[in-house]
Design a protein around this ligand. Sequence first.
Ligand code: GDP
Ligand code: IMO
Ligand code: MG
Length: 429
Amino acid sequence: MPSIAVIGAQWGDEGKGKITDYEAERADMVVRYQGGSNAGHTIKVGDEVFALHILPSGIVRKGVVNVIGNGVIVDLISLDREIAEVEARGRSVEGLRISDRANIILNWHRLLDGAEERFRGGRTVGTTGKGIGPCYSDKIARSGIRMGDLLDPALLAERLDTVMPMKLKVMEVLNVRLAQTRDELYSELLAYGKRYGRYITDTSVLVNEALDEGKNVLFEGAQGTMLDIDHGTYPYVTSSNCIAGAICTGAGVGPKRLDEIMGVLKAYTTRVGAGPFPTELRDEVGERFLNVGGEFGTTTGRPRRCGWLDLLVVEHAARLNGLTQFAVTKLDVMNDLRRIKVAVAYEIDGRTVKRFPANPKMLERAVPVYEELDGWAGWRPEETMEIVRGGYDALPREMRAYLEYIERCSKVPVRIVSIGKGREETVRR
Ligand code: GDP
Ligand code: IMO
Ligand code: MG
């Protein structure tokens, strides 16, 4: 702090929600800056579990201002549902602020997401179906509707009448039907404007003022580096930039505003959806990560594909984000493994490759070169808090060796070690 970014270092689901919530103890403001309700961030506080998709994870803590920045695409249905859920559980959304420049996910985006996947035949991306790709496409094509438009009936009418005929034509060609007339949609959006008007503002001003006042601001990433539209495993990626650089455009802050950039790194690797995954395991270790780690998508419930840690991915993430520290999560899931493997290179067509390649076909042929480390004896769940109280040195020796190996290879220090789902099951080093 004062400003810290929390970024996924792999293919998403690294535990960003848990780490954001943990760090938010010291935060005045938590800012989402990209992605939409394709994200699923889980937070466990005592016996309560929150699964957030669009609300920033600071919503669980009292007194935090939660910002949905201009780079986020807002799913109003998700937003309604989530606000009702957190309010029903005694949390207040009074501190919520939504950028007037954030684009909105409309029904045609969801319909077109499905249609595009069907047209991809056997080569689907495996999207979350939330309309993410079509909505970001429309934003870039200047055919989006923004949160601020909901507050100006004349502007909203003009935007709808400019955009909607084109979308109807595209839907006709792709054989999908919108079950809503122009007037129904117009009224619905105006009603949303009335409901959310008091939250909609220029959030760049808000965030920069907070930084000027020396407040602690946390930027919460969604998805992960390997799902980044430019630097991920294209085309098997999401439709936004997920790396730290996106904070500048997605929250409206200058590049010098970031003090710490924390990569959240799962101790092994998972990915949900299609696309290359060189260290994927289709054996009993992979099954174990799936079952012990509870690796089922927070947004879609799909089982996540599981595999060993990949240092080419780690290097990619450290470099692209300029990581200054790691939070390593889910080490408890690896308890009692006799040996642990880590990919240090790939063999591709007889060549040894040490940087993560762009070509998805090449990645499919990549055979990981592994180094092996000793595993550690686990502990019973009731012993977790004892280990936490003992701090870093109380962690099993082989676990510390694993973490220090990751540090040596990546040149990024590990500052947080997570050994359970709960907020308190965390060791700060
Ligand atoms: P996010 O999208 O990066 O926020 O991650 P998700 O919430 O989608 O998935 C991470 C899952 O791992 C959630 O179910 C978390 O509760 C859980 N989790 C996070 N950290 C740990 C940990 O250290 N140990 C265990 N066992 N579970 C964890
Ligand atoms: P969090 O924030 C894991 C994946 C989808 C699919 C691809 C494109 O919880 O880490 P999209 O719907 O975005 O067009 O789908 O990206 N994906 C995620 N995978 N965690 C996420 O978010 C994801 N958001 C999108 O599974 O492969
Ligand atoms: Mg998730």
